[in-house]
Design a protein around this ligand. Structure first.
Ligand code: ATP
Ligand code: MG
Length: 387
């Protein structure tokens, strides 16, 4: 009797999009295909969900792991596709049902030709399971496991048990494009993940101060980008050197303004690069009041140089503990806490300005040849394609 292993993928939110539904579903399908690159498979879309089939069964876990990170995925189940007749269904039930604990059977009969209606099928399969596995007990209200049987219109049935939670959100590629300022810290990868989850395509921009910062710091950022890329289906990482800018600020401007002024340069470079790569906004990992440079005055000062696009700060209202929890969940935390220096720690003043006054900041900056410093930074740009 033929019993084919399948992965069932259910998507979220996409159904909310009315007329655009077809478009959202195509993007989602495409993103799943990308995520499964290198694994033989077929994806089909019989009504309301996706079926991954014809893959090497030894790679089932890997397929689930990859697909659960694709934004738009609500839940996944591993199960079997069998001919819609009792012998084959029972065979599949034995393969997915637990050995012990509480369970119920939940059947769904789209094909009304099937001789038993759902209640009868529930009772029949439930009864057989109880007889076959004495350690099982029925609990129809709060079972530990639900054995699902879907009798479909095409003469096939799907039999599955566990639901795995997917990443949620909307398919990447359906909400425009943003440039994420990606440091090696805890916050910015989480910020990028949050915005990508809303369907936005992300590119990353990282600033380094080589030789004050080292190659390990750079590799750490590439590792973080790689973790993000598992959710976004790859991303471009731009890397720009700002050493000369920090040296110029250090030499010509008040010490306590280092961070404030550097932030303004970062924002200028970000806007320039966003325009160059077709991004429509800048994304940062700032959270209100977390450190001296993240006061509302600090944000005002850095925001003031961005002319043509919004700066998204998805973490602005988050506590550090909430951000850390999210970082652990998405798998970036362990990499983020590796101890390499970030460029912001170079020439770090003892008493950074906490509430910078925009006019004083602009005055301090007037001692610098801003355009020349920017040109040198743009010239240092490197692009790393993270897949
Ligand atoms: P993170 O954990 O993201 O590093 P943080 O709490 O250390 O944040 P800051 O160092 O003040 O805070 O940085 C605030 C934001 O500025 C970061 O979240 C990031 O978006 C951006 N940023 C800081 N340093 C860099 C860098 N070297 N390259 C790119 N972006 C940076
Ligand atoms: Mg940081």
């Amino acid at each position: 009797m033929e019993k084919n292993k399948v992965v069932i993928v259910r998507y979220c939110e996409i159904h909310l999009k009315g007329k655009n539904r077809g478009y959202f579903e195509r993007v989602f399908m495409n993103n799943m295909e990308k995520a499964l690159h290198g694994i033989r498979h077929e994806i089909r879309r019989p009504s309301g969900r996706y079926l991954v089939e014809n893959f090497d069964e030894s790679r089932t876990d890997e397929i689930v792991e990859r697909l659960r990170r694709v934004f738009g995925t609500h839940t996944l189940s591993v199960g079997y596709k069998v001919p819609a007749e009792m012998g084959a269904i029972w065979d599949a039930v034995l393969a997915v049902a637990p050995q012990s604990g509480t369970f119920k059977v939940q059947s769904n009969r789209a094909d009304k030709h099937f001789p038993l209606h759902s209640m009868q099928l529930n009772a029949e399969v439930g009864g057989r399971l109880l007889a076959e596995r004495p350690q099982l007990r029925v609990d129809v209200h709060a079972p530990q496991n639900t054995v699902n049987i879907d009798i479909r219109e095409d003469g096939e049935a799907l039999v599955f048990c566990d639901l795995v939670k997917g990443a949620g959100g909307m398919p990447v590629g359906t909400s425009g494009k943003g440039l994420l300022l990606l440091s090696g810290g805890i916050d910015s990868p989480v910020a990028g993940h949050m915005i990508a989850k809303r369907g936005m395509t992300i590119s990353g921009l990282h600033f380094h101060s080589y030789p004050y910062t080292n190659m390990q710091a750079r590799e750490k950022v590439e590792d973080l980008a790689r973790i993000l890329a598992r959710y976004t289906g790859g991303l471009e990482l731009y890397v720009v050197r700002v050493t000369h800018i920090q040296e110029a600020i250090h030499k010509h401007c008040p010490e306590e303004m280092m961070v404030t002024l550097l932030r303004r340069f970062m924002m200028r470079i970000a806007e320039h690069q966003a325009e160059a790569c077709g991004a429509q906004c800048i994304i940062t990992g700032e959270s209100l009041g977390q450190v001296a440079s993240q006061t509302i005055e600090g944000m005002t000062s850095s925001n003031a140089v961005v002319r043509t696009m919004p700066v998204l700060r998805p973490l602005v209202g988050f506590d550090k503990t909430e951000i850390v929890a999210r970082a652990r969940e998405i798998g970036t935390f362990e990499t983020s806490i590796l101890p390499y220096e970030d460029c912001c720690t170079v020439f770090l003043p003892k008493h950074p300005l906490i509430r910078p006054d925009l006019r004083k900041v602009e005055l301090a900056e007037s001692h610098l040849d801003i355009d020349a410093l920017l040109e040198e930074a743009y010239a240092s740009l490197e692009t790393v394609s993270i897949r």
